[in-house]
Design a protein around this ligand. Structure first.
Ligand SMILES: C[S@@+](CC[C@H](N)C(=O)[O-])C[C@H]1O[C@@H](n2cnc3c(N)ncnc32)[C@H](O)[C@@H]1O
Length: 284
C-alpha cells in the first residue's frame, strides 16, 4: 500500500494499470525475485514505461511549505529570519521565496551546493535560476568553507532540507556541522527536514522514492550511462530521527525545540511512506 501511494505521488498521471505494473516490478526487486537483474536494468525498464507520463515541474511548488514555515513563525511570535544559509538548497526555490517576500539582500540568502567535478550528469540537475536574488556557493569535499562564505557574517536561520542524507558522515562532521556552528547566530534557528529511517523497510521505500524522482525529473528517456552514473555515485546516508537529533545537538550547540510532521505542523508523525519530518533547533 505504501509503495503504491509513493508511485502515485511521484508520477500522479499514471493510468491504474501502469501504476500496478511498476508496483509489481519494484515489489519483485524488494522481494529478491529479480536477484540477477541489476538496479540499472530495472530503472531502465521503469523509465521506458513512464516516459509519456513525465510532466514538467512547477517552479513554485515549494511555495506552499514556505507559507507553512511563515505561519509557524507568526503563530509563535518568532521574528521572521532576515538572513539565511540553505545547505544543499538545490535550485534555491525556498531561499528565493523568502528573498522575494521580505525584500532580502542577495548576500543574505546563500544557497550552498555541491561543486560538480565532472561534466557527467549528476543525480541533481538544477538550473540555479535565482542568480539575481540569491547567492550560490559551490563546495567540494576539499574546500574550506570559511574561504567561501564571509567569515564574520552570521545568519538568523539555516535550512537543511532533505540534503543531509546525500552527504557522507565525514563531510557532515568536517564541513556541515562546523558551518552551522560558526554561521548561525546565537538564538538563530536551524530548520531541518529529513526522513525518519528507522527500519529497513522504510529505507527501501526512501531509496525507491529517490529512484523514481530521479527518473521523472528529466523529460524523455534516461540513458544507460546516466543510470549507471546515478547508481554508482548517489549517496544514501540514512539515519533515524533520534540519531539525527542527538547528533546535531551534540555537534552544533543547538537544542531541538519542536518536532513537526512532513507539512510543518504539530500532530501525528511518520504518516507518509518515507516518514518525512521537520525539526526546529535553536542555537544556544
Ligand atoms: C533532495 S535535494 C534537496 C534540495 C532542496 N533542499 C529541497 O528541499 O528541495 C538534495 C540536495 O543536496 C545537495 N547536495 C548533495 N551533496 C552535497 C554536498 N556534499 N554539499 C552540498 N550540497 C549537497 C544536492 O546537490 C541537492 O541539491
Amino acid at each position: 500500500m505504501s509503495l503504491h501511494s509513493l508511485i502515485n505521488k511521484i508520477i500522479p498521471f499514471l493510468p491504474k494499470k501502469t501504476s500496478q505494473e511498476i508496483n509489481k516490478i519494484i515489489q519483485n526487486v524488494l522481494s529478491n525475485k529479480t536477484e540477477k537483474m541489476s538496479l540499472i536494468v530495472v530503472l531502465k525498464q521503469i523509465d521506458d514505461i513512464i516516459v509519456p507520463y513525465k510532466k514538467k515541474h512547477n517552479a513554485n511548488r515549494q511555495n506552499w511549505i514556505c507559507g507553512q514555515i511563515v505561519k509557524y513563525f507568526e503563530l509563535h511570535k518568532i521574528s521572521i529570519p532576515q538572513s539565511f544559509v540553505d545547505i544543499g538548497g538545490g535550485n534555491g526555490n525556498v531561499l528565493h521565496f523568502f528573498a522575494q517576500k521580505y525584500f532580502l539582500p542577495k548576500d543574505d540568502c546563500i544557497c550552498i551546493e555541491k561543486k560538480r567535478d565532472t561534466l557527467e550528469k549528476s543525480e541533481f540537475q538544477y538550473e540555479y535560476s535565482h542568480i539575481e536574488r540569491i547567492k550560490y556557493v559551490f563546495l567540494t569535499e576539499k574546500d574550506d568553507f570559511e574561504e567561501l562564505v564571509d567569515i564574520d557574517k552570521k545568519v538568523d536561520c539555516i535550512l537543511c532540507m532533505v540534503s543531509l542524507h546525500h552527504m557522507t558522515d565525514e563531510y557532515i562532521l568536517n564541513t556541515v556541522f562546523p558551518l552551522i556552528r560558526s554561521k548561525l547566530k546565537a538564538g538563530g534557528y536551524l530548520l531541518f527536514k529529513e526522513h525518519n529511517a528507522n527500519s529497513s523497510d522504510v529505507v527501501k521505500l526512501i531509496e525507491w522514492e529517490h529512484h523514481l524522482y530521479y527518473l521523472v525529473e528529466q523529460s524523455g528517456q534516461r540513458s544507460l550511462n546516466e543510470l549507471e552514473n546515478y547508481a554508482n555515485t548517489s549517496i544514501g546516508n540514512y539515519k533515524d530521527r533520534e540519531f539525527n537529533k542527538r547528533w546535531i545537538e551534540k555537534n552544533v550547540e543547538c537544542q531541538c525545540i519542536e518536532t513537526l510532521n512532513n507539512i510543518f505542523e504539530r500532530g501525528s508523525l511518520d504518516e507518509t511512506p518515507t516518514q518525512l519530518y521537520w525539526q526546529i533547533f535553536r542555537k544556544k
